[in-house]
Design a protein around this ligand. Structure first.
Ligand code: 13P
Length: 251
């Protein structure tokens, strides 16, 4: 049985005091929640402060990005070891905003995935199609290309630990959530792809989150789909009560 996993991607939002207050709000609201893994992914400059606010709670810390090199002359970048030092358990990799705004390729993302795993971080690897790709009937070919490229060279044991987030780009920050059926169709196809590339036992344990305009009002219907194992939440994770409203949908 896959344990649901709800993570908040705060993106480039909050200031220091807001970030701490939000983390404290999530910790407080999550105190009575059982049976769901929880994480928040603040901007990197607040990882330290948010990590302190989460200390001793069941809410784990994640970063939104990292670089694959161990150290050296890479101005502005953070390594996997630095994120571990800051107390991170997870790192989001290959988010569509990094793919489409910052120009990240599957080859680059693949190097990051390997570096994260080598340092003991759990990657949350994002995949998802653009609206034009969906309308052209290319959704699964895009997902397959991103899966094969971003996760190339992983052993079965490594893949088992990775979290995949299916985030259709047209649903991110638009209020246009995928229907539970649209999302489940891709999640099921992704699980079949894992079984094809690895085996059924691996496909059975990999957690696949859905992301894109998840809110308390639509979370339960999405999360009750057989192959949707959690959510990667953007906008609604910036309010503790909304984030926990989504978590309630997983119970
Ligand atoms: P929204 O929930 O704001 O649509 O963002 C989703 C997302 O990109 C999470 O990584």
């Amino acid at each position: 049985m896959r344990r649901p996993f709800i993570a908040g991607n705060w993106k480039m939002n909050t200031h220091r005091a807001e970030a701490i207050a939000l983390a404290e709000g999530v910790v407080k609201a999550a105190a009575g929640v059982d049976g769901v893994d929880l994480a928040v992914c603040p901007p990197s400059c607040y990882l330290d402060a948010v990590g302190k606010a989460l200390a001793g709670s069941k809410v784990l810390l994640g970063a939104q990005n990292m670089y694959f090199e161990k150290d050296g002359a890479f101005t502005g970048e953070l390594s996997a070891a630095m994120l571990r030092d800051l107390g991170c358990t997870y790192v989001i990799l290959g988010h569509s905003e990094r793919r489409h705004i910052l120009g990240e390729t599957d080859a680059l993302i693949n190097k990051k995935v390997h570096a994260a795993l080598a340092a003991g971080l759990i990657p949350i690897l994002c995949v998802g199609e653009l609206l034009a790709e969906r309308e052209a009937g290319q959704t699964m070919s895009v997902i397959r290309r991103q899966f094969d490229g971003s996760l190339a060279g992983l052993s079965a044991d490594q893949l088992k630990t990775v979290v995949i987030a299916y985030e259709p780009v047209w649903a991110i920050g638009t209020g246009k959530v995928a229907t539970p059926q649209q999302a489940e169709e891709v999640h099921l196809a992704l699980r079949k792809l894992i079984a094809e590339r690895y085996n059924a036992a691996v496909a059975d344990v990999v957690r696949i989150q859905y992301g894109g305009s998840v809110k308390p009002s639509n979370a339960a219907d999405l999360l009750k789909q057989a192959d949707i194992d959690g959510a990667l939440v953007g906008g609604a994770s910036l309010k503790a009560d909304q984030f926990l409203g989504i978590v309630a949908g997983a119970l």
